[in-house]
Design a protein around this ligand. Structure first.
Ligand code: ADP
Ligand code: MG
Length: 584
């Protein structure tokens, strides 16, 4: 450990030297209040920024100790501090030369409260991981600017954001209570037989398709219907009333533009807790809730979709030869709307989903319904698809998997739904009985085509070398955006994985895929077992565990966020290089 004044001296001495000489500052430094580690030094002013780590002991930070031993409050504090640092870092932002010179950044959080590697809090210390753009003039070191950045701005940032005494205690407490309440609400779903809960007063609509903040001013706050109103307890807000959605098959109906998709989307995001002021703090869903949709063009590798699709054309000899069109082991480099949705369904079940969400807006019609007239015109043996309406009950009865679906355009699901919610002017009304009567009195009922059972879910093992090979003996290059992931030359389109909310999750998923390939893709373990293993390793060792053996010397990065097994599975399943074998 060096003294911080040595860092200042080094930086001043580097003034005007070649940018590469910045490498000399990679070291630990003791500041009066905290330690600073320079983990990684960028190669030039335009490259990915340098990484630093700050460690502030709790003897200085002095957070109330009862918050530091509890997983939930730790998570809330870390999330809160991330937001504080992000704000102050932005206010310190000054252009200190070319490229990213002078940038101070922390992994930007979304509306969700998540565990991230950006900030770690425990009984010993607070650790914060930042990136900084080391200042340059052209390609020369701006040493004095760097000294101001690291030896003045960073201490200032630490002082303003990290000690408990410097924080807004009411806001921090609210953040913690907010998360504790959400966790308590979610834990009461199962005991009440619910899969989702939407509290009275929730604000569901968002500002826009690209802005996850709440729609303010013109939003109608949620009013639960009296006949589906549940009351759950929270530690900090007393009992909370809201719409409870029971396990089973639930339908959301209603006219166009009346708020059906908005409700479904809030429930889809109810797997996360949200920050105070978000409007969805008390909207919670079962942690095994997975949004399903059609996604034509995606790749599918060896999925047994025969429970819902059989005998595709060319399904006979031709398929045997090419090995492509058999639906017992369906592979495609360019799946259709219906086959992509069928594969997504089976994959979600394989990964352990407990609640499926489907919106007619993003579903394949022929996967969802096949009405009476169509049954009369096209015989069942000429239609490979068993529509989901004929399998949705079996899915619940055989596997205990609930479905919540938005279906404003067809009444065919009335007969299989346990509950029907009508959205009218953004407010829910229970219309289960009316829908049941309509279904029962329909003289022209359609023929059920789904049989007694859903059908077997065939587990797959992932073969080694399912990831694209790295170039030479270097490690696989990873590039991420919120909706795409590049592994080497392979690009995975993540736009259909709607429950990913941060690019940091994508980055962690990419690392988890590389990790899974290194340790668990062995052609023996089922994909579900691989997911168990990876998630257990992350649980035990934190997200850092994914990079610990990566061979990279600076593996402590601040830009990873927690993800679920379902999103990891979804990314693996979309790999075009994925090789699978079915387990008998
Ligand atoms: P649907 O799926 O029934 O066609 P949407 O859920 O897409 O309807 O909602 C239509 C529009 O209404 C969207 O722009 C949405 O933001 C807005 N909206 C939804 N719920 C509310 C609400 N509670 N208050 C105000 N606007 C809302
Ligand atoms: Mg809609």
């Amino acid at each position: 450990m060096e003294d911080w004044q040595l860092l200042e001296k080094r930086l001043n001495n580097l003034e005007g030297r070649s940018y590469r000489d910045y490498r000399a500052i990679k070291e630990n430094y003791a500041f009066p209040q905290f330690d600073l580690t320079v983990d990684y030094v960028q190669g030039d002013p335009f490259a990915a920024p340098s990484r630093i780590r700050i460690r502030l002991s709790q003897t200085v930070a002095q957070f109330p100790s009862q918050w530091l031993t509890d997983y939930v409050s730790q998570t809330a504090i870390a999330d809160y501090l991330t937001r504080q640092v992000a704000q102050v870092a932005q206010s310190l932002q000054q252009k200190r030369g070319s490229g990213k010179s002078g940038n101070i950044e922390i992994a930007a959080p979304s509306q969700a409260i998540l565990r991230r590697t950006a900030v770690w809090v425990d009984t010993e210390a607070i650790e914060v991981r930042l990136t900084v753009g080391l200042p340059a003039f052209g390609r020369r070191i701006a040493g004095r600017a760097a000294a101001a950045l690291l030896c003045k701005d960073i201490p200032h940032l630490v002082e303003r954001c990290l000690p408990y005494a410097a924080l807004d205690h009411a806001a921090l407490t609210c953040h913690i209570h907010n998360l504790e309440d959400a966790v308590a609400l979610r834990s009461q779903l199962e005991p009440h037989g619910l899969v989702a809960f939407v509290a009275a007063g929730a604000c569901l609509p968002r500002r826009s398709g690209i802005d996850e903040r709440p729609l303010i001013g013109e939003a109608d706050l949620f009013v639960p219907p009296a006949d589906a109103c549940f009351e759950l307890e929270t530690p900090h807000s007393g009992s909370v009333k809201g719409l409870g959605i029971r396990a089973g098959v639930t339908l959301i109906v209603g006219g166009g533009y009346h708020g059906k998709s908005t409700l479904l989307r809030a429930i889809e995001q109810g797997i996360y807790a949200h920050v105070p002021g978000d409007g969805r703090q008390q909207v919670v869903s079962h942690p095994g809730t997975v949004k399903l949709r059609a996604e034509d063009g995606r790749s599918v590798a060896g999925v047994d979709i025969s429970p819902v699709i059989t005998h595709l054309p060319q399904g006979g000899q031709l398929a045997e030869k090419s090995g492509r069109k058999s639906t017992a082991s369906f592979s495609s480099a360019n799946a259709s709307g219906s086959t992509s949705q069928a594969a997504g369904l089976i994959e979600a079940v394989e990964a352990g989903a407990k609640v499926l969400l489907i919106d007619e807006d993003t579903a394949a019609t022929n996967f969802m319904i096949r009405d009476r007239n169509m049954q009369a015109l096209i015989a069942k043996d000429k239609e490979p698809i068993t529509p989901f309406v004929d399998k949705v009950r079996q899915l619940y009865d055989d596997y205990g998997i609930s479905t919540l679906l938005v279906m404003g355009g067809s009444g065919d699901y009335f007969g299989v739904a346990d509950a029907v919610i009508a959205m009218e002017n953004y407010q829910p009304r229970i219309v289960t009985e009316q829908a049941r009567l309509i279904a029962q009195s329909d003289p022209h009922q359609r023929q059920p085509e789904g049989g007694q059972h859903f059908g077997r879910i065939t587990p797959r093992a992932i073969l080694p070398d399912s990831l694209p090979p790295p170039k030479g003996n270097r490690s696989l290059k990873v590039k991420v955006r919120k909706d795409t992931l590049m592994l080497g030359h392979e690009e995975i389109d993540l736009r259909a994985i709607e429950q990913i909310v941060e690019v940091h999750q994508v980055r962690a998923i990419a690392q988890a895929m590389i990790y899974a390939q290194r340790y668990y893709f062995d052609g023996q373990r089922s994909l579900s077992e691989v997911l168990d293993q990876v998630m257990a390793d992350v649980e035990r060792g934190g997200l850092d565990a994914l990079l610990a053996d990566s061979g990279s010397e600076s593996w402590l990065v601040g830009n990873l966020a927690t993800f679920r097994r379902f999103e990891l599975a979804a990314a693996i399943n979309r790999l075009r290089s994925l090789k699978t074998t079915q387990i008998a």
